[in-house]
Ligand binder design. Structure first.
Ligand code: ADE
Length: 232
């Protein structure tokens, strides 16, 4: 079973987040155990302070290192990245991270534990990225108000790839990014809707022709929406 531990100052944010669809089914089937933990549980002071003003001045607050190092030690068993066991990933979500991709999701799905650290405020003390985490990841080139929506995204993309999560009738091998391209367009009934017809080739039952049309249509869509995927 994959274990997912989320470190956050808003554990309630995740209360229902994993209670729907494929993720709910995967949890019920015992494929994954997901826990959200309150970072304040690892503070030692009376007021449970998790942040402080940035050295050098500037706006906003920075998450302090001590509670984060203590949380990772208790959840993953080490206070430095070198001590994190193979098969475990400790991930800091931040806009400064490397891009999170489908291939990273597939790696995570093969591991035994993911610890996700949600950043907040104007940042996280850089010693967390320097010495503690195995991966600093961003879900895209935009700034969220915290790492929580990014943690949701990483968990969702990973858990649906666990063997058995999609059910026997569906597979992750024919979807967008599985071959570096976008998936082809899909149509369903009615064959004509408000003057727009579904492609005839999809209605004629010729499976070789359908396969060729899908390959071409996925490539066409990739050229139009994501030309960057076709470079190199
Ligand atoms: N925290 C704030 N923005 C983020 C992003 N784009 N990805 C991951 N974590 C974030």
């Amino acid at each position: 079973m994959l274990r997912v531990d989320i470190i956050t100052i808003f554990p309630d944010y995740f209360r229902e987040a994993f209670d729907y669809g494929i993720i709910r089914r995967a949890r019920a089937a015992g494929l994954v155990d997901i826990q959200a933990h309150d970072l304040r549980a690892w503070t030692l002071d009376k007021h449970h302070v998790v942040d402080d003003r940035p050295f050098g001045g500037g706006d906003g607050m920075v998450l302090k290192p001590e509670p984060i190092f203590a949380a990772v030690e208790s959840l993953a068993g080490a206070r430095r990245r070198e001590g994190i066991a193979a098969g475990k990933r400790v991930v800091l979500l931040s806009p400064q991270g490397k891009p999170f991709t489908q291939s990273l999701a597939a790696e995570f799905a093969k591991g035994e534990q993911i610890v996700l650290i949600c950043g907040r405020y104007e940042g996280v003390d850089e010693r967390v990225a320097e010495a503690l985490v195995t991966d600093e990841l961003s879900i895209g080139d935009y700034v969220l108000s915290g790492g929580e929506p990014a943690a949701l995204t990483v968990v969702d993309a990973t858990v649906r790839l666990l063997p058995g999560a999609l059910g026997s009738e569906t597979s992750a091998t024919n979807e967008s990014f599985s071959d570096g391209l976008l998936d082809c367009p899909q149509y369903t009934r009615p064959p004509e809707f408000e003057g727009m017809r579904a492609p005839e080739v999809l209605l004629n039952g010729n499976h070789a022709e359908i396969a060729r049309w899908r390959r071409d249509a996925g490539l066409e869509k990739t050229k139009r929406n994501r030309p960057d995927l076709l470079k190199e």
